[in-house]
Design a protein around this ligand. Structure first.
Ligand SMILES: [Zn+2]
Length: 341
């Protein structure tokens, strides 16, 4: 007999769901957050200069059709003055692709066809818990992220404990300063039968903290309560504030309460959060528009420039091991040898 899935934590009360559905939440929200009506459209642009998006989806994507490919994302983000983009794919390494896109960007900059350089990075999804592709990719500086619990990946925990293969991957991330993206177990629901998202994440996060690796929880607002997220973040583990579920999405979830985003950042602090787009399906905004909407939302919710820049620039730079290098703007293009380092 199949073990039933654990009932997910209740994220919304029935009353709040009704308010969100019938629009009655809007008037009090606008009264409390008048910038929802008056914020200048360009207010987000200054924050995008120097911003890092550590969770980009784009073609060639092995999961779903995307509205842009990664080259288009990188060029558009470079025009907006962004510092870096990192593409995630659930089923393939994006390290080699990032290498090639970086070469193209640098060529455009060298020829004067692009006004700003942008750093282009990739990562490797953990599907089969095979560490060998990660060991082999270590010589590339475009390898920046390891994506744990990618769609349909093997589970990381067994009997409440981390599997040894997963421990070794976390140790590699700690030793070689690669960021970890910790997806919710519901990405691999078949493998995690009977294990809830919090239960499946807690041993992983505990090990990450002990090992000294740095990690971001993949849109935890979609499956965890604020209390649960607050228990997991800290000591180098950030909460990912991604477009979904901070904003409603026809592609992923039509219900999104902006007050949960407000509550989370107030609870754990901007120093523990990272903003990223995590969009690109055809019914979603483009990568840059998603980043713009996220910044506008945080401005409307009342967060200040320093808090927003911490979530957009400082924290992701630390996650990716970029904090000691200077931002891309004004830098000369990298040589072939430097890209291949
Ligand atoms: Zn994603």
């Amino acid at each position: 007999m199949k073990t039933p899935l654990q009932t997910p934590a209740r994220l919304y009360s029935d009353e709040r769901l009704r308010e969100l559905a019938d629009g009655s939440w809007l008037k009090p929200f606008r009264q409390q957050h008048p910038l929802a009506i008056t914020l200048p459209a360009a207010a987000a642009n200054v924050h995008l200069r120097g911003a890092i998006d550590m969770h980009v989806h784009a073609d060639p994507c092995m999961l779903a059709t995307r509205s842009q490919d990664f080259t288009d994302v990188a060029i558009t983000a470079a025009h907006a003055g962004m510092r870096a983009v990192v593409r995630k794919d659930h089923f393939q390494s994006t390290v080699g692709e990032a290498y090639a896109v970086q070469r193209h960007i640098d060529d455009l900059v060298a020829r004067g066809a692009l006004p700003h350089r942008i750093e282009v990075y990739g990562g490797i999804p953990v599907g089969s818990l095979d560490i060998v592709p990660m060991q082999r990719a270590l010589r590339f500086s475009t390898f920046k992220m390891i994506w744990l619990n990618s769609v349909s990946g093997e589970r990381l925990v067994e009997g409440g404990r981390l599997r040894p293969e997963a421990e070794r991957i976390i140790a590699l991330a700690a030793e070689h300063r690669r960021g970890l993206n910790v997806g919710a177990p519901n990405h691999s629901a078949q493998q995690y039968q009977g294990i809830g998202d919090y239960e499946g994440l807690a041993p992983v996060v505990e090990k990450i903290k002990k090992s000294g690796a740095l990690a971001v929880l993949d849109h935890p607002l979609s499956s965890l309560t604020i209390d649960e997220i607050a228990n997991l973040v800290g000591d180098g583990v950030y909460a990912g504030l991604f477009c979904h579920p901070s904003l409603p999405s026809v592609a992923k979830g039509a219900v999104a309460d902006p007050l949960r985003t407000l509550e989370l950042v107030q609870r754990v602090g901007a120093g523990q959060c990272i903003i990223a787009s995590d969009v690109g399906m055809v019914l979603e905004p483009t990568q840059l528009e998603a980043m713009r909407l996220m910044v506008r939302l945080l401005l409307v919710l009342g967060f200040g420039a320093e808090e927003i820049d911490a979530m957009l620039k400082d924290n992701p730079a630390r996650l990716l091991g970029l904090e000691s290098s200077r931002p891309a703007e004004g830098r000369r293009p990298m040589t072939f040898a430097e890209v291949a380092r």
